[in-house]
Ligand binder design. Structure first.
Ligand code: IP8
Length: 256
């Protein structure tokens, strides 16, 4: 194990990768097992020493959030709704932890609802204290965070996405590398081909605009913009890219 100052790798496992997106509260067990195999292998052979995992909501969080009309910008003051959304995410988190632990990974939960806030409202910054994550890393654990509810001034509780957590963690922990593993093999150009690398937003704005038309959350363009702003190199890749990424190789699209 390295010193406490060793920068960690931050890895997001997309909700659409590890769950069956169209069936409420259903895991994609095969995909989750394959991802956990890759993580366990990289830790066991020393390719990765310090790792923080973040997972998305998939058919757990998003199902409950939409049922209660809650999003990243619209909150709820209904305690039952908050408990529902958080409970579904905690259940998914438990499944991720179980499968990592079965493979010998010292994975432990870090629940953003209990830690984080938007003290200045929906448009304000996310406050994500990192001392628990930093100390867990120093003690040899693999912290596993997840998209969750988050206390938001003036809105009750809104949703914090896994992508937002990845960016906060990467900046706050001074991550060495950032990986976003989902069901797409990388950032695609207008013709559906994986872009090997992106070093400026302008160079890909048109291609991303085109693919955004089919992305209800408008996700990829915003994601690329945020990942470009990080000091650490970031990679967006599919399931087949996870093991190479963890070995330190290029995978999918490199955003740097
Ligand atoms: O799947 C959202 O996380 P994401 C989590 O990373 C909830 O956007 C609670 C819907």
């Amino acid at each position: 194990p390295g010193s406490d100052a060793d920068p960690p790798i931050v890895l997001k496992l997309g909700g659409s990768l590890i769950t069956e997106k169209d069936r409420p509260e259903t895991l994609d067990g095969d995909a989750l097992d394959a991802a956990c195999d890759a993580v366990a292998g990289a830790l066991a052979d020393g390719a990765v020493e310090r790792l923080v995992v973040v997972h998305g909501g998939g058919s757990f969080g998003h199902h409950h959030a939409s049922e209660h009309g809650v999003s990243t910008t619209t909150g709820t003051d209904d305690a039952v709704a908050v408990t529902d959304i958080h409970g579904a995410m905690a259940e998914l988190n438990r499944a991720v932890l179980d499968r990592l632990q079965e493979r010998g990974v010292p994975a432990v939960p870090v629940h953003p609802l209990s830690l984080s806030a938007r003290p200045d409202g929906v448009d304000g910054d996310l406050d994500l204290p990192l001392s628990s994550t930093v100390t867990l890393l120093g003690e040899g654990f693999v912290p596993v965070l997840h998209g969750d509810g988050v206390a938001t001034a003036g809105e009750g509780v809104t949703v914090v996405s896994g992508d937002e957590l990845v960016v906060e963690l990467a900046v706050g922990l001074g991550a060495r590398r950032v990986g976003v593993c989902s069901t797409v093999p990388g950032v695609l150009d207008g013709d559906g081909a994986v872009l090997p690398s992106i070093d400026s937003f302008e160079s890909v704005a048109d291609a991303l605009g085109a693919s955004d038309a089919t992305d209800v959350s408008g996700g990829m363009a915003a994601k690329v913009r945020e990942l470009l702003a990080l000091d650490a190199p970031a990679y967006v890749f599919g399931a087949a890219g996870l093991a190479p990424f963890l070995r330190g190789e290029d995978a999918g699209t490199r955003i740097d």
